[in-house]
Design a binder for this molecule. Structure first.
Ligand SMILES: CC(C)(COP(=O)(O)OP(=O)(O)OC[C@H]1O[C@@H](n2cnc3c(N)ncnc32)[C@H](O)[C@@H]1OP(=O)(O)O)[C@@H](O)C(=O)NCCC(=O)NCCS
Length: 119
């Protein structure tokens, strides 16, 4: 959409990172389902690579998976594919995102929490 563009008319990188972070949150939701933790937060965006521009009017599709599991942390890989009516689907951006599982306390605070998941 026009509001998502940078000053050369392609997708603004900050918007792409925001969508990738949201995609990672969905991967985290599925990974942690049934563990009893209250959710996960982004601890680090370790690497983002903008491989190809995304043009106005194209769709962006996200694919993600957990690539490593630690004690409270887990690493999520997100690939963003651009899809236009004329061009073939292209890998536009990749990111490596570290999420940390959290437990909320009764007083409203939260802290990291072992998630118990393995790959
Ligand atoms: C997430 C949070 C609760 C973690 O608590 P913490 O006391 O900082 O925890 P730690 O530093 O011990 O790190 C927790 C885990 O992340 C890992 N980690 C820490 N820094 C990291 C980094 N830069 N890159 C990758 N992994 C990292 C640690 O190795 C640890 O992994 P493990 O439990 O699997 O061994 C806290 O850092 C926080 O609230 N951060 C802000 C989160 C936020 O606001 N995100 C943006 C909105 S979603």
């Amino acid at each position: 959409m026009p509001d998502d563009a940078n000053n050369v008319g392609t997708l603004f990188g900050g918007q792409m990172i925001s969508w990738m972070d949201l995609a990672a949150a969905k991967v985290a939701y599925r990974f942690l389902k049934g563990t009893g933790v209250n959710g996960a937060l982004t601890r680090a965006i370790d690497k983002v690579e903008f491989k190809e521009p995304v043009y106005p009017g194209e769709w962006v599709n996200f694919e993600g998976h957990v690539s490593k599991a630690g004690t409270s942390s887990f690493q999520v890989i997100i690939d963003a594919y651009a899809e236009g009516s004329q061009k073939k689907k292209r890998l536009a951006c990749t990111a490596i995102i570290t999420m940390v599982a959290i437990k909320k306390e009764d007083n409203g605070t939260y802290s990291k929490c072992p998630h118990g998941r393995t790959l």
